[in-house]
Design a protein around this ligand. Structure first.
Ligand SMILES: Cc1cc2nc3c(=O)[nH]c(=O)nc-3n(C[C@H](O)[C@H](O)[C@H](O)COP(=O)(O)O)c2cc1C
Length: 421
């Protein structure tokens, strides 16, 4: 179940007789490489002890909405932001009704309402409850809003009756959950992503570089592959594992990155420049190690190729997304950079001291992005880079569709402020 590796799953457990089966589900999810946080309704705790889920998930179980301690740590908003997907298994008839009506008077309902990540429900109930028109109506309304229904299965029930209403088996639930990560949003498209830093050689043992870890670019490559794209990842020197179904081309210097991008650009639909490419390189590269002679040393630097600007200039029809990392005036610099380089979109984040107060950026597991495009934008608040990458790709896919439908309109450029997400 490769699709669940490193995914952050909120597992909701509600007051069904099948609640004990969710314990096995937690184990299977973790075996599949997912990280799990369990949210139990009051009803669920009558069937299974939270201690069981705490031990199996390795994390405290989230139980109440109006809990001041929990709000200070990971309240409903934070859980909603943390999740890559939410699975409610078992989902009671009552919970399904609450969700249909947008109720938020218990923690699990509030998390679901506050989240925009994929949501799957695994109903489990007596077959008459399941077939009741009220339940069927609720299920149809939820399905029409994009909620994935997993099951229920048919068979013998705890109440002694036989029929539809059994919780799906764990392996089917895992397979269904994995489907949530196969959006097909970029099926048939080729996406090229640059990631990581570059190294500009000074002498055989020294180089100029920066603190980029490549995590964000690799997360975008993972998300693009999940969205069905053919992905080419041009990576600077980083210690990151190559995502599945991604063609990785390793480079070292800005010039090598530029040459590799150019050599492979034919057939690319979307170019995402997430690498922190060095702006300057030494004019002279010493062939032998520079010796310390006690005096000062002057390095003369020259600009490296501006990969994004060059690509956009040579291939004006190619949909180009850039990144901006700034220590100050993020909004202004990011929009100015998008305008100057003719990019279709830009994703901007803080780096340096400003970043530590807000999100982290270089090297950290989390980030926050301001994303701008022609006539609009969006703020993606602090979240895991994997989560942000998926959200960013969703916006990229939307803007790409518009660009493909109305290419001429992309030429008009204005400076706008993103909406709050
Ligand atoms: C012994 C027992 C078993 C129950 N099993 C189910 C069930 O399998 N499915 C269901 O929808 N409701 C079941 N219920 C009813 C729910 O527990 C009840 O509707 C509760 O309000 C659900 O709340 P929750 O969704 O917040 O957990 C059961 C109740 C009892 C007493």
């Amino acid at each position: 179940m490769e699709k669940l590796v490193n995914k952050q799953i909120v597992l909701g457990v509600t007051g069904s007789i099948a609640a004990y089966k969710a314990a096995e589900l937690v184990r299977r999810l973790r075996d599949a490489g997912a990280e799990v946080r369990v949210v139990m309704t009051q009803g669920a705790t009558e069937f299974v002890s939270p201690m069981t889920f705490q031990a199996l998930s390795g994390h405290p179980v989230h139980l109440t909405l109006l809990d001041t301690d929990a709000e200070a740590g990971m309240g409903h908003i934070e859980l909603a932001r943390w999740a890559d997907a939410i699975l409610v298994a078992p989902a009671s008839a009552d919970f399904i009704a609450r969700l249909t009506h947008g109720r938020a008077d218990d923690l699990l309902s509030a998390v679901c309402l506050a989240s925009d990540v994929p949501l799957a429900l695994a109903p489990a109930m007596n077959n008459k409850m399941w077939h009741n028109p009220a339940t069927q109506d609720n299920v149809q309304r939820l399905a029409s809003r994009g909620v994935l229904m997993l099951g229920p299965d048919e068979g013998g029930q705890a109440c002694g009756e036989t029929g539809a209403g059994r919780l799906q088996a764990p392996e089917e639930l895992l397979a269904g959950l994995a489907e949530l990560f196969e959006s097909g949003l970029l099926s048939g498209k080729t996406v090229m992503i640059t990631a990581g830093p570059t190294r500009e050689t000074i002498d055989p043992v020294r180089y100029l570089s920066n603190r980029s870890s490549g995590k964000m670019g690799f997360a975008i490559a993972t998300a693009a592959a999940e969205a069905g794209a053919r992905v080419i990842l041009v990576a600077g020197p980083v210690a990151q594992t190559t995502p599945s179904h991604v063609q990785r081309l390793d480079v070292e210097s800005a010039q090598e990155m530029f040459d590799t991008v150019l050599a492979n650009i034919n057939g690319v639909d979307i170019f995402i420049g997430a690498a922190a490419v060095a702006d300057y390189r030494p004019v002279q590269v010493a062939t032998a190690k520079i010796k310390k002679d006690g005096g000062s040393l002057r390095l003369e630097l020259e600009p490296t190729p501006d990969i994004l600007a060059e690509i956009k200039a040579r291939y004006p029809g190619l949909f180009c997304v850039g990144f901006a990392a700034e220590t100050h005036d993020l909004q202004t610099f990011a929009q100015e950079k998008r305008y100057r380089k003719g990019m279709d979109m830009i994703a901007a984040n803080w780096v340096g001291p400003a970043a530590t107060e807000t999100d982290g950026a270089f090297g950290s597991e989390t980030n926050a992005l301001l994303v701008y495009w022609e006539g609009g934008g969006v703020e993606l608040p602090v979240a895991a880079k994997s989560h942000l990458a998926r959200q960013l790709l969703m916006h990229i896919a939307q803007q790409y569709e518009q660009h493909a439908a109305h290419p001429a309109e992309q030429k008009v450029v204005s400076l706008t402020t993103p909406d709050r997400h």
